[in-house]
Design a protein around this ligand. Structure first.
Ligand SMILES: Cc1cc2nc3c(=O)[nH]c(=O)nc-3n(C[C@H](O)[C@H](O)[C@H](O)COP(=O)(O)OP(=O)(O)OC[C@H]3O[C@@H](n4cnc5c(N)ncnc54)[C@H](O)[C@@H]3O)c2cc1C
Ligand SMILES: *[C@@H]1O[C@H](CO)[C@@H](O)[C@H](O)[C@H]1NC(C)=O
Ligand SMILES: *[C@@H]1O[C@H](CO)[C@@H](O)[C@H](O)[C@H]1NC(C)=O
Ligand SMILES: *[C@@H]1O[C@H](CO)[C@@H](O)[C@H](O)[C@H]1NC(C)=O
Ligand SMILES: *[C@@H]1O[C@H](CO)[C@@H](O)[C@H](O)[C@H]1NC(C)=O
Ligand SMILES: *[C@@H]1O[C@H](CO)[C@@H](O)[C@H](O)[C@H]1NC(C)=O
Ligand SMILES: *[C@@H]1O[C@H](CO)[C@@H](O)[C@H](O)[C@H]1NC(C)=O
Ligand SMILES: *[C@@H]1O[C@H](CO)[C@@H](O)[C@H](O)[C@H]1NC(C)=O
Length: 611
């Protein structure tokens, strides 16, 4: 039986189990007409990473009613979500929005698929679980951009402490006490180091510990404030399970609180302004529907609407509501030039090597007997390789000094922030590099985490709701900096792989596939254009701007530092879209921090309990 058949069988079992469970999700609605009220104090659009945090925090005050509206399905409907190793098998399934980009000229006209979670927990239910919060420089740059010290590294510590707890791996004797990170605290998201010691962990650590180039040094904790170095991945998983904002925040709150309701399978199509004239239009009405031609109903928030529909969803909803650049919209209510602009993601390219070892993870997806064994082990004991995320060890580093003409020309937020990331894996298949049917491999996933290219999202002309996907244009590798940095990144990877630990016992044999032919800078450039993708960290389409007394529009961002949408009343945006500069790290932990601070700001604004 193939893995996918097995999983289909598993989910049927799980659904039967769930249906027979008497107490789970009493407050979950699948049809708008079943929702007990049309009016709530708060309406949260999107039960994703940020939305689930807000749902939990705002419903801590029993005097406030909270409705969360989620386009996708419940995270309990797909059992694979729980299994860390199978994260990438969730793409292009019922829990993915399946977006694609417009053709990218930097990629020889290729379009990219863009996964996003279509499920409670949002993208935290389908992501690869790397757990990084950026450097102190990153957060201090946000404080500077917004002129709000509340976003500084020092200020966000109290929120960070509410989010995660480090739990021990199920079994991994290779981890020594001095390798255990210190930054996690006692929040609901579980974080663990790898459960198993998987090659090439040893080769990476030995190379880091003996490196001449300080850029390749070992680090105990990329979340210490200084993000540079090579070390273990901290994963948002624990005891063998994925830990998402649904499992950590939303589901426990739903199970215990009567003031929180969740409506799934339902898309918000736009926000509607009150007819009453105020100094600024008030947008506290939410239009929703279950299908393009189905009923479109209005729900109303008395305190606030919070958009947490993600970098694409939240921007699309504002555009559909008449809030955006006036030259792009058919009907403009508020001219807000930055809506949908400033879209950034990390470009990524993978390079492949053959290794002289049978001890790689390549065989897992080739040998169905082994797959079945591993699945049985995970089911029974929640152990085995499937309990680990696919990311075991990685490095974050700057480009060499010689790459820059001056210090100011480095787009990274500061000296503790990387330009590049290297992730070490077995063969990691992509649309342009399918997994070979035999052999053992090392792939290095190389990302440019400080890109300068910026793109946009726009509405399909004349589209009227969120059932038509927006036009997503990352402008991947559109700048000379991004292209030459990617070539340099490949060269830096080769340099890292030239350490003695890689040639020990003839481990690293040599470059594989199309990459083996890319031996000149020009050929590498072409290799990148043929094979690059993005790493699914899109941000910035509703970026936060400076605190200015006049709350002016234009060059000021879409939201103010307290995340209120400028030019209107009654709406905040809380998700990855508000980040004013792309984090030089995996983005989920950054989003959790934003959501925790936002919850606090909202509680303050409405005099609520528990801030
Ligand atoms: C495949 C993949 C791998 C990733 N790997 C990592 C990783 O290893 N580490 C890491 O840190 N980050 C990773 N990320 C990025 C990280 O998961 C995201 O940055 C983060 O989860 C974004 O949170 P968000 O709240 O902005 O949006 P989301 O979590 O995507 O939430 C948005 C929610 O809004 C809902 N929604 C959208 N539109 C509507 C609408 N019209 N009506 C109602 N609901 C709507 C969506 O269905 C979704 O549930 C990955 C992302 C993906 C997709
Ligand atoms: C994404 O694609 C899968 C597989 O085709 C499909 O089942 C799912 O419904 C799609 N998601 C959305 C939001 O349409
Ligand atoms: C497949 O995996 C099983 C179980 O681990 C093992 O016994 C068998 O030798 C493997 N087959 C091949 C062709 O590697
Ligand atoms: C689960 O763990 C027990 C105890 O270690 C072991 O005997 C059993 O074989 C394991 N089950 C599977 C399916 O691996
Ligand atoms: C959009 O609508 C306008 C006016 O209703 C029409 O002139 C235009 O051709 C339409 N554009 C597209 C792409 O359908
Ligand atoms: C592979 O490794 C073995 C021992 O580990 C060594 O004897 C052999 O020479 C290596 N093969 C290559 C091609 O390097
Ligand atoms: C590498 O280049 C050679 C010579 O041009 C060609 O025959 C071969 O197919 C190329 N290999 C790959 C994997 O692209
Ligand atoms: C990168 O490596 C290639 C191949 O060795 C070389 O031709 C090129 O000059 C290098 N580029 C840089 C920027 O070092």
């Amino acid at each position: 039986m193939s893995l996918y058949l097995q999983l289909a069988f598993l989910s049927i079992l799980e659904i039967i189990l769930l249906l027979s469970s008497p107490f789970s999700y009493a407050k979950l609605f699948t049809r708008p007409e079943d929702v007990p009220s049309r009016t709530y104090d708060f309406i949260i659009v999107g039960a994703g990473t940020a939305g689930s945090v807000l749902a939990s925090r705002l419903s801590e005050d029993p005097h406030k009613s909270v409705l969360v509206i989620e386009a996708g399905v419940s995270d309990s409907s797909v059992s694979t979500i729980q299994i860390p190793f199978l994260a990438s098998s969730l793409r292009q399934t019922s829990v993915d929005w399946n977006y694609t980009t417009v053709p990218q000229s930097g990629l020889n006209g290729r379009s990219l698929t863009v996964p996003r979670g279509f499920v409670t927990g949002g993208s935290s239910s389908i992501n690869s679980m790397a757990w990084t919060r950026g450097s102190s420089d990153l957060w201090n740059s946000y404080a500077k951009i917004t002129n709000d010290v509340g976003w500084s590294w020092d200020s966000i510590q109290s929120y960070w402490k509410k989010i995660s707890t480090l739990v021990p791996p199920t079994s991994n004797d290779a981890i020594t006490p001095d390798q255990i990170p210190l930054s996690n605290s006692n929040g609901p998201v579980l974080v663990n180091l790898p459960n198993y010691d998987i090659p090439p962990r040893q080769q990476v650590f030995d190379a880091a510990n003996t490196a001449q180039d300080p850029r390749f040094r070992f680090t105990r904790d990329v979340n210490s404030g200084d993000s540079l170095g090579f070390g273990y991945n901290q994963a948002s998983a624990g005891h063998g399970f994925r830990s998402s904002s649904a499992t950590a925040y939303l589901n426990p709150a739903l199970a215990t609180r009567s003031n929180l309701d969740l409506l799934i399978n339902t898309r918000v199509t736009r926000l509607v302004n009150d007819p009453v004239i105020q100094t600024k239009p008030v947008f506290k009405q939410v239009e929703l529907a279950q299908s393009p031609h189905g009923d479109h109903l209005l729900f109303k928030a008395t305190d606030e609407v919070i958009l947490s529909a993600g970098t694409f969803g939240s921007a699309q909803i504002l555009l559909l509501s008449g809030i955006g650049p006036k030259d792009e919209l058919e009907k403009v209510i508020v001219d807000s030039p930055d809506v949908g602009k400033n879209l950034k993601d990390h470009p990524v390219v993978q390079i492949y090597f053959t290794v002289n070892s049978t001890d790689t993870l390549d065989s897992i997806f080739r040998n169905s007997t082994l797959t079945a064994q591993l699945l049985a082990e995970w089911q029974q004991n929640k152990t085995g390789i499937l309990s680990d995320t696919p990311i075991n060890v990685f490095g974050l580093l700057q480009l060499p000094d010689t790459f820059f003409t001056s210090v100011d020309s480095n787009p990274a937020s500061g000296p503790k922030s990387p330009n590049l990331e290297m992730i070490f894996n077995a063969f990691s298949a992509t649309p342009t590099a399918p997994a070979p049917s035999a052999g053992n491999f090392l792939s290095v996933v190389i990302a440019l985490v400080s890109p300068t290219s910026a793109g946009s999202i726009k509405l399909v002309p004349n589209s009227t709701d969120t059932f038509t996907a927006p036009l997503i244009d990352f402008q991947v590798l559109a700048t000379d900096f991004d292209m030459s940095a990617m070539v340099q990144a490949i060269n830096d990877t080769e340099k890292f792989l030239s350490a003695p630990s890689w040639t020990r016992d003839g481990y690293l044999i040599g470059p594989f596939g199309e990459f083996a032919n890319a031996t000149t800078a020009d050929a590498r450039l072409q290799y990148i254009r043929n094979n690059a993708d993005t790493i699914h960290h899109p941000v910035g389409t509703l970026k936060m701007g400076r605190n200015s007394p006049a709350q002016r529009l234009g060059g000021e961002g879409v939201v103010d530092p307290r995340l209120n949408v400028r030019g209107i009343q009654g709406v905040r945006v809380v998700d990855a879209s508000i980040l004013p500069a792309i984090p030089e790290c995996h983005t989920q932990a950054v989003v959790y921090i934003v959501a925790e601070r936002a919850a606090d700001m909202i509680k303050q604004a409405f005099g609520m309990l528990g801030h």
